[in-house]
Design a protein around this ligand. Structure first.
Ligand code: ADP
Ligand code: MG
Length: 694
């Protein structure tokens, strides 16, 4: 193992490198740009570009790319070399213009119709708040991706806008509360990432894993996760070697990979980084997912990031730990030790409570995908109902506050809410509830509904914007107040009173919660197609446009993309499944049927019991016939899907009909798998895949 401090960030053009390599004035100008989020002068950009290029070339780079995050959910890059002709030779060149702006011919990225009406061109613009880095001999410049007329075509642009929105609103509150030091507020995120590792040879034999990321057929293994013996279990040597290399690769890119352990399901693992600013965390998480796959390949394994690779086995999610902090280092969701800090904490807490209650639909949409539909509400992940967990202690505080009574700490402190003294919460007194979609964990919130393959951008765009909205309302009220403390306390009290239905400290997996939530008037948007139409409601369009996070056109285009994405995913799954049943399952059935027929007819030596063989043959014939019928029906359904009128109808059809047909076909295929001897079954089984790594 190399020396970690030496390798950490060695592939990043970070602050240390900038300070060493840039002239003092340029460095200062760049820092100002980073701090203020304003444009960079071309003169400065030219100097930065040359320094970046020299640094990259010294480390063996030959190319550069504008690295961006189109609406596909993965990252995109188009590589240009640094070469410029010079006589008979070449020199390595990189200009400020090339650094700050690129024009990839990106007309094939999803735009939800945005570019059809404008121009096919899109351009990328450097985001100086995220450092450039080296990957595979290429200098990667994190960029935003926009249409020619400025509409966002990516996941980074709205995230940066939402960070600005919450910055502006939170600063208003801080000024009112007498904070004269903070000049900026940013949100921070530490995303915990779950994944599966299986043997690459087996992966390569499963078209469903290759094309869809999840198994479309496969009977459950005799041993699942019943024993809970995998959770935090000791690491197998191959997994351990993989994790070591992954950590090193991440550290080189300045990614703060911190904890790693086995997860609940066999072959499932988790990696968590130390939190950083949301924008950087989003970039880092994309890189982490990319490297997880690359490093797995080098170790003869495949890393599965799909939300539900194996039916009947826990799927994978991502926990988005989120907080708000000032540039002076104060965590605004951390209960303080002084009365004024506590009031501030309660205000921000109340803002989050109000935001989550008022915008359940947006939070739900932000975690909606065909793949995540397999998890949410399936008693392994939070339900589709959005609620919040605050923990007993905080709930007591809020109760006391609401009722104007004395709060008695479970320990010794007694406090009168009017006197505004809160005990300093101990982190481990909170978060005993792992079933909540949105849990307060002492000094941050953990949004647990994200799917493992998600870009964390969308959920954080929503979180930042809805909390900005709540803070804006608070600031409007408090700016007219003559007694900040009195009115802020009242605001907290009123907010808790009006929005406490969103707080639920019980078991979110319990069936009773569904009816209780309904009584409370909470939304239960079960599937992606149920949730998505809320995105284009007038109040949501008004919200995003008010804070400059999305234009109405951008929202409508994203809505289209999300719907199309849903339908396309199911379309590909259905076609893959049809193909596998035809080419793998049916032939296995026929071969085994042939074998049994031969035995039963006495052509070969009779088995122990001809009756047994005949019975088996009958069962197999019945199931085989059922399989063929369901296959034909699914094929028919997929063809019909193309007749739907608009994107919303198509998605609905895929949800109601195609998905159902796939489930039925699968049930029969899985039953057949349990009957057919291994030697005739062409696909690696669940047991083989889940226990493939030693
Ligand atoms: P737990 O294991 O109980 O969920 P940890 O302290 O291990 O809690 O944190 C989990 C994740 O939360 C880590 O990625 C960590 O960096 C992140 N985290 C901690 N504090 C913050 C914060 N203030 N803002 C955002 N993320 C945070
Ligand atoms: Mg956690």
């Amino acid at each position: 193992m190399s020396n970690v401090p030496d390798i950490f960030g060695s592939m990043v053009f970070n602050d240390k490198v900038m300070r060493q390599r840039l002239p003092k004035d340029t460095y200062k100008a760049l820092r100002r740009t980073i701090a203020s989020g304003r444009h960079l002068d071309l003169d400065v950009a030219n100097v930065v570009a040359t320094a970046m290029k020299d640094w990259a070339v010294e480390k063996g780079a030959t190319h550069f790319t504008h690295w961006f995050q189109p609406m596909t959910g993965v990252t995109a890059e188009k590589h240009d070399s640094f070469i410029a002709p010079s006589g008979d030779s070449v020199i390595m060149e990189f200009s400020g213009k090339e650094l700050v702006r690129g024009e990839p011919d990106a007309s094939s990225f999803p735009s939800g119709g945005l570019r059809a009406t404008f121009e096919a061109r899109g351009y990328t613009a450097w985001d100086p708040t995220s450092y450039a880095f080296l990957k595979d001999g290429t200098l990667c410049i994190p960029t935003a991706f926009c249409s020619y007329s400025g509409e966002a075509l990516d996941k980074k642009t709205p995230l940066l806008r939402s960070m600005d929105a919450i910055d502006r609103q939170a600063m208003r509150i801080l000024k009112l509360s007498g904070d004269t030091e903070a000049t900026r507020v940013m949100t921070t995120v530490g995303p915990e990432q779950e994944y599966f590792l299986i043997d690459k040879k087996m992966y390569e034999q499963r078209p469903d894993l290759i094309y869809c990321g999840r198994t479309l057929i496969g009977a459950r293994p005799p041993k699942g996760q019943e024993l809970d013996d995998h959770y935090f279990g000791s690491l197998k040597p191959r997994v351990s070697a993989y994790m070591h290399e992954l950590d090193e690769e991440l550290w080189k890119l300045g990614i703060l990979a911190k904890t790693k352990h086995n997860e609940v399901a066999p072959a499932q693992h988790e990696l968590a980084p130390i939190f950083t600013s949301t924008n950087v965390a989003a970039d880092h998480n994309q890189l982490t997912m990319e490297l997880m796959k690359k490093v797995a390949d080098r170790h003869g394994m495949a890393c599965l990031l799909h939300e539900k690779p194996f039916a009947g086995v826990n799927g994978s999610g991502k926990h988005n730990n989120w907080s708000i902090c000032t540039d002076t280092g104060d965590n605004l969701l951390e209960p303080g030790s002084t009365p004024s800090h506590n009031l501030r904490f309660l205000l921000f807490l109340a803002a989050v409570i109000k935001a989550v209650d008022e915008h359940q639909d947006l939070l739900r949409i932000s975690v909606a995908s065909a793949a995540n539909d397999h998890r949410l509400g399936a008693n392994e992940a939070p339900p589709a109902i959005i609620s919040m967990f605050l923990g007993d202690e905080l709930a007591d505080v809020l109760d006391a506050l609401e009722n104007g009574t004395m709060y008695e700490d479970r320990g010794t402190t007694q406090m009168e809410i009017g006197a505004r003294v809160l005990p300093h919460f101990l982190r481990d007194t909170t978060d005993r509830n792992r079933t909540s979609p949105f849990a307060f964990t002492g000094n941050k919130f953990e949004f647990r509904s994200l799917g493992s393959a998600f870009s964390i951008s969308g959920p954080n765009v929503v979180l930042n914007t809805i909390v900005a909205d709540a803070l804006c309302g608070f600031a409007d009220t408090l700016e007219n107040s003559t007694d900040f403390e009195r009115d802020a306390a009242k605001l907290v009290r009123d907010t808790v009173k009006n929005h406490k239905r969103i707080i639920f400290n019980g078991n979110n997996y319990a069936p009773e919660w569904i009816s209780e939530a309904e009584q409370r008037g909470l939304l239960n948007l079960r599937s992606t197609v149920d949730a998505l139409p809320y995105f284009i409601r007038p109040e949501n369009i008004a919200l995003f446009t008010r804070f400059g996070v999305f234009t109405e056109t951008e929202i409508r285009s994203r809505y289209e993309i999300l719907l199309e994405n849903y339908s396309k995913t199911l379309h590909i799954e259905a076609l893959t499944m049809i193909d596998m049943v035809k080419k793998d399952v049916l032939p296995a059935v026929l071969t085994y049927e042939g074998e049994l027929t031969g035995l039963a007819c006495g052509k070969k030596q009779l088995g122990v019991s001809a009756a047994l063989e005949t019975a088996m043959l009958e069962k197999l014939t019945d199931l085989g016939a059922s399989l063929s019928a369901k296959l034909a029906s699914l094929e028919e359904t997929v063809i019909t899907a193309e007749d739907a009128e608009d994107a919303a109808q198509t998605a609905r059809f895929y949800h109601d009909k195609v998905f159902l047909g796939m489930g039925e076909l699968r049930a029969t295929a899985d039953e057949l798998e349990t009957l057919i001897p291994a030697k005739y079954w062409p696909l690696p089984t669940y047991a083989e895949m889940l226990y493939s790594i030693k």
